[in-house]
Ligand binder design. Structure first.
Ligand code: ATP
Length: 446
């Protein structure tokens, strides 16, 4: 983990939020490379789940909603994690993490923690576990009293359910259909940790698929498969770094009838990356009761009205980024020196290729290199320029941000139009025409 954190800092992927003031636990900023990589992950997900589907609609809901939404969804009462305090040193811990279990059952945790010492001070003075609500509170308007309390959304799903009727009335979809969105969510985590794995401001990519109850199982299986396929085929993650985790009853969220997570092999071990949940009619039913608005769906063929079931696919952008970085991180020896590189799939790499003139003080080389860069930008805009330091150093910098190709323009280029194409993973170089390089790039990004 330390190596990944340090690479992220060194190469502009992730910085601690408000670092010059000492940072703030659970909040991180994405730097120039991080934001590119994250945007690539999000747009690939959006493409697969919204643009390439005929029956999935995107929305972008507000972060702050009427608090009644979170009452009806059960979050105000039930969005809790179990917590213990140390009476000696005041440290707070996640009771389930301390007990080494996935269970959130308070009596089970009490039993498991009976003889446990505080990991901070070593004293056996922990309080009994209790439930702690993770909703982040704020106030809307100039008066800070109970009537103006609002919450930052703890998941993006909320506004999807409250827009169910709007999407039905505006787009007239037939069941099954989905609503998807990406966006920030906030959780007052007791112990943010493991870099960007467990944070208090997170970004989610969620899709709720509304179905007739009769296809509950097949739809659940299909969306489970979708998550696995996306990670392996689109992001290029190694299957040995993935495994399934099925939630036991005592682990499931308050809304879920069944839940399967894809676990990824993070530096701290196999942990949840992407969840598929069978939410039955919990959400629409709850919102229908609380709002008094009819959220049933009428099947025009059978003339039946019913509350659709929901299969949810939910993944954190930060956890996906950390998985991608962990999976791609490599160290090897090249030309007698150790090097670090990110074996990122070209489709998600923040920079697709770097173009560089062999010498920066030779105007004819610089001019030709700019011409080549402009040519490659017709294939993809993310083509970097680097003329700093020697060529070896330029390659190493690109290796560390996962740039799949480096193109060097030298005096031979002026003679015969060929350039050097260097491949990131093998370090191998070949001589090709600019058209051939364009074609390689196009193929790698397809
Ligand atoms: P965990 O058990 O790890 O706290 P969760 O089961 O509460 O996660 P969900 O409510 O299912 O998570 O949220 C869906 C997805 O959002 C998760 O699979 C994860 O990728 C992401 N996520 C949830 N909480 C966080 C967090 N605090 N920091 C970063 N990502 C998160």
């Amino acid at each position: 983990m330390e190596k990944i954190v340090s690479l992220c800092k060194r190469r502009g992927f992730v910085f601690p939020a408000s670092e010059i003031y000492g940072g703030i636990a659970g909040f991180w900023d994405y730097g120039p490379m991080g934001v590119e990589l994250v945007n690539n992950l999000k747009s690939l997900w959006w493409r697969r789940i919204v643009q390439e589907q005929d029956n999935i609609y995107g929305i972008d809901g507000a972060i702050i909603q009427n608090p009644k939404l979170w009452e009806a969804s059960g979050h105000i009462a039930g969005f809790t994690d179990p917590l213990v305090d140390c009476k000696n040193c005041g440290a707070r811990h996640r009771a389930d993490h301390l007990a080494g279990t996935d269970s959130s059952d308070i009596s089970e945790l009490t039993e498991l923690l009976r003889e446990k010492a505080c990991p901070t001070c070593g004293k056996k003075e922990l309080t009994a576990p209790r439930k702690y609500n993770m909703m982040m509170k704020t106030w809307v308007g100039p008066v800070e009293d109970n009537s103006s309390v609002a919450y930052l959304r703890p998941e993006t799903a909320g506004p999807i359910f409250t827009n169910f009727k709007n999407v039905v009335d505006s787009m007239h979809p037939k069941l099954p259909f989905g609503i998807a969105q990406t966006g920030k969510a906030f959780r007052n985590e007791i112990a943010p940790r493991d870099f960007i794995f467990r944070v208090r401001e997170l970004e989610q990519m969620e899709m709720q698929y509304f179905i007739a109850p009769s296809i509950q199982n097949e739809s659940y299986e299909a969306w489970r498969q979708f998550s696995w396929d996306f990670l392996v085929n689109d992001l290029g993650l190694q299957e040995r770094n993935l495994k399934w985790h099925e939630h036991e009853e005592n682990e499931r969220a308050h809304y879920a009838a069944a839940a399967h997570d894809v676990y990824f092999n993070y530096p701290q071990g196999f942990k949840e990356l992407w969840g598929t949940h069978d939410r039955t009619d919990f959400d629409l039913k709850g919102h229908m009761e609380a709002s008094g608005v009819d959220l049933t769906y009428r099947d025009e063929e059978t003339k039946e009205s019913f509350i659709p079931y929901v299969i949810e696919s939910s993944v954190g952008v930060g956890r996906m980024l950390l998985a991608v970085l962990t999976d791609a991180y490599r160290e090897d020896e090249l030309g007698g020196e150790t090097r670090t590189y990110l074996a990122l799939s070209p489709k998600i790499a923040p920079v697709k290729a770097m173009v560089s003139p062999l010498l920066k003080n030779k105007p004819e080389l610089v001019e030709k290199a700019k011409e080549v860069r402009n040519e490659l930008r017709k294939v993809h805009p993310a083509i970097a320029w680097d003329d700093n330091g020697n060529i070896g150093k330029r390659y190493r910098r690109q290796d560390e941000i996962g740039t799949p190709f480096c193109i060097t323009i030298d005096f031979d280029t002026l003679e015969d139009g060929t350039v050097t194409l260097r491949h990131r993973d093998s370090g191998e170089q070949e001589r090709l025409s600019v058209e051939e390089v364009s074609e390689r790039l196009r193929r790698a990004l397809a």
